[in-house]
Design a binder for this molecule. Sequence first.
Ligand code: PXP
Length: 242
Amino acid sequence: MNEIKLCVNIDHIATLRQARGGVEPDPLKGAEICEENGAYGITVHLREDRRHIQDKDVFALKDIVKGKYNLEISLSHEIIKIALRVKPHQVTIVPEKREELTTEGGLDIKKYFDKIKRAVKDFHDSGIEVSLFIEPDPEIVKLSKDTGADHIEIHTGTYCDAGEEKDINREINRIYEAADAAVKSGIGVNAGHGLNYSNVRRVLRSPGLEELNIGHSIISRSVFTGLSAAVREMVSIIRSGF
Ligand code: PXP
């Protein structure tokens, strides 16, 4: 069995920086720390509304990320053009607008099939792999394969939000079935959204799973795992006087 790899989504570091409009915390520093501590790669989402990650970040990350650089993008012409200039290892196409969504949240591959197929070709011509963020549904997996994309990223959000055991079981089985369909049709399997330190375990059993994209739970936990040292350092400066 291949090792399952972690790409850390560092958008939330940028969210915190944008709250003050300054320079800290610096997502680039965050990327460095993630890679130093075992992350296989870094994921960021350049949103059309530039809510967190900015254009300057996506270009700067290209120079400093040592492992895999996965750039999440929408189907917007402007964003696709930027991604082609950045040249990450992989782009993951995600829905941003309501009309690009299937019922539960993945990309509407059927509706945007031609557009996605053209984008896949343009990215392949530039040596960039393409992943499509989709609902765990074997039919959508097959359509994704037909676009020429290299990977699917299975949307794990509904599984993560499920509260009752029977719902959790139903949703994890949908993930397994979609992953199995992907393996059978010869498209790579990534997964992500909403994964945390407990719900990730069952996802690890998905057939053919290669990469997980996880952001919110890791950045959230780091606030508390890092808070004691941060407070101690400031107390020590204040105590030592001027
Ligand atoms: N995968 C995709 C396609 C996403 O859009 C996101 C969120 O930006 C993630 C994974 C990571 O989700 P989370 O922050 O909930 O771990």
